[in-house]
Every structure is written in C-alpha cells, then in structure tokens.
Design a protein around this ligand. Structure first.
Ligand code: GYE
Length: 317
C-alpha cells in the first residue's frame, strides 16, 4: 500500500463515518433476570442498540460468573468491536479483561463495578451505589425522628458491588444514631422469592412487632417481603417501614397503596450513555471518564406514585 493509501485507510478507520454504529457488532454479557430492574435494563439495552443500528450479541449468564467469563471469551474469539458487561460479582475479572485488552476490544461495565485496575476497561456506567445506601439510611433517620428502631436488612447478591456498597452507605448514614440498629442482615439475592423467604425467617426470629423497619437492597426483595409481612398479619408500610432501591413500577404502586415508604431510582438505561461514549471513542479516540454516573432520586409517599407507576410500566419493565 502506498503511503497515501495507508493514510487514507487510517483516516477512514478513525473518521466518524467509518465508526457509525451501524457497522458495529457488540457483545453484551447480562447477569440474568433476577429483578424487574434487570429485565428492564435488558429490554432498554436491546432498544438502544437497535436505534443505533448496532448488531448486539446478547448472552444471559443465569447469575453465574463462569458463564459471563465464557461469554466474554466467545465475544473476543468472534472479534466483536466492543463488549458490555454487567458483572455479577466484583472480583475475578482481571484475566478475562486482560484478554479483551490484548485483542484491542474495549469493555464497558454496566450498573456494577469490579475490583480490577481501571485501565482494563474503557468506562463504567453506574449509579453511586454507596450514595443510594446513604440516601436510604438518611430517609430512615429522618422518618423515625429519634424513636428507637430495630432494622432488618435484605442484602443483594453476595460479593456484588451493589450489595457491598449499598450496605456500606446505609451503615454510614445510621452510624451515630443510637436509636437505630440493624438486628438481622442476610442476602435475598436481589429476587422477590428470596426476599419473601428471608423476611419470613426475620419475622419468625424477631417477632413482627419487634421489627420497626426493613431496608432492602432492591425493590424486588422488598415486594417479596411485603407479601411475607402481610401473611404474618402485619401492615407493611405502617407496622414495618420499608425503604428500598430501584424505583421499579411495582415499588411505586406499593408506595401508592401505603405498603412501602420510599425507593431510590436507578435508571434501566445504562446502555444509552455507554453506547454514546463508545461511539465517540471509536470515532476519534475520545476517552470517556472512567465513571459515567447515573442519577439517584428519592421517591416517597409525597410523590404521585400512582401516576409514576402508570408512566413507568410501559418503559421496558
Ligand atoms: O439494583 C438490582 C439488580 O446491579 C445495581 O442489580 C444493579 C442491581 C439492581 O438486580 O435490582
């Protein structure tokens, strides 16, 4: 190839035209479908890819990290242009991320973070998971207004960054408030069914009257727990205050019905900002910040939750 032809070819590679999303094949390793929020994220990611003409290869890991690692290796072998991954747990990613890097395939993390050097991925699109926990804790501090409160906590998937960070943020917010105490804390794996089962065991162990509040790391576990509380003959939202995270439609409905008290919104659209950052990077090498932070908003009974429920339920949930 002549120098001119080489220059032309490289100009083409880096021109915005050459990097139009329509030419891209992207692999997406999703965790599974443990929650309503997760299902919505899958739907929205597919929509965002389709709107950009991207060929999205979707792999459902059924909650298993080993399946995610296999999916990433298969994407690398296929020579995809980029990889999106929602990492189920925080540790154990270095090796496969290095393999992607060796093949010049940029990786973007969606909604959860990893304990790996940040040069191994292009960017992470997530909420401030610690902050979400703090907002939940602060809401409870304010709501009990100095009264004694024995709290039970439903944790997310063990070893996942949201479970670690949402616990830490909540504990930080209630620290120093002697009236608040976490008396039971266990994983409910981010699912409705486990949320219900573990809440039943909390109610049995503590006695429903001795539990003042439930903090659940996501809405699905809270919705499962609401069922358990009702079956125990107590009123969720009244006898036991409930604060959780995600702001899925069913949480808004539960707040509208007085069965839940507060939730913090997590957008299911992590792919939009991720694909925009990727397009800019592939077009002219624009390096995105290592963290693209999505918003976290608190909803309480003061909001028109019935109306929000109606609006949200069509949006991928
Ligand atoms: O809150 C929960 C889900 O990774 C931050 O995962 C996300 C969490 C979300 O299954 O519902």
């Amino acid at each position: 190839m002549t120098i001119k032809a080489t220059l032309l070819a490289s100009a083409l590679i880096f021109s915005p035209l050459a990097a139009t999303a329509a030419d891209l094949t992207i692999g997406f390793s999703q965790i599974g479908s443990e929650s309503g929020w997760r299902a919505a994220e899958t739907t929205v990611t597919k929509q965002e890819a389709e709107a950009r003409g991207i060929n999205l290869k979707f792999a459902d890991a059924q909650q298993k990290q080993e399946n995610q690692i296999s999916a990433l290796r298969s994407f690398i072998a296929q020579g995809v242009d980029a990889i999106l991954v929602a990492p189920v747990v925080a540790t154990g990613w270095d090796e496969v991320l290095e393999e992607a890097q060796d093949s010049d395939i940029p990786v973007i993390l969606l909604d959860r973070t990893v304990d790996a050097p940040d040069n191994l991925y292009l960017t992470a699109v997530t909420s401030d998971l610690v902050h979400e926990g703090s907002v939940a804790g602060q809401w409870l501090v304010d709501d009990v207004a100095g009264a004694d409160c024995r709290i039970v906590e439903l944790q997310g998937t063990t070893g996942s960054s949201p479970a670690i960070d949402r616990k830490a943020g909540f504990e930080k917010a209630i620290a120093g408030h002697e009236n608040l105490e976490i008396v039971r804390s266990q994983t409910g794996d981010f699912t409705r069914s486990q949320g219900k089962v573990v809440m039943e065991s909390f109610l049995k162990a503590e006695g429903g009257k001795n539990i003042c509040a439930l903090y659940a790391h996501n809405d699905d576990m809270a919705v499962g727990a609401i069922q358990a509380i009702k079956e125990a003959g107590l009123k969720p939202g009244e006898d036991i205050r409930i604060v959780a995270i995600d702001a899925v439609p069913d949480a808004h409905l539960a707040i509208a019905n007085g069965e839940m008290n507060a939730t913090i919104e997590l957008t299911p659209n992590m792919a939009g900002p991720a694909l925009d950052a990727l397009a800019a990077y592939l077009a002219d090498g624009t390096t995105p910040p290592k963290w693209i932070q999505t918003e976290s908003r608190l909803y309480t009974a003061a909001d028109d939750n019935q109306a929000i429920y109606e609006t949200k339920k069509g949006l991928g949930y």
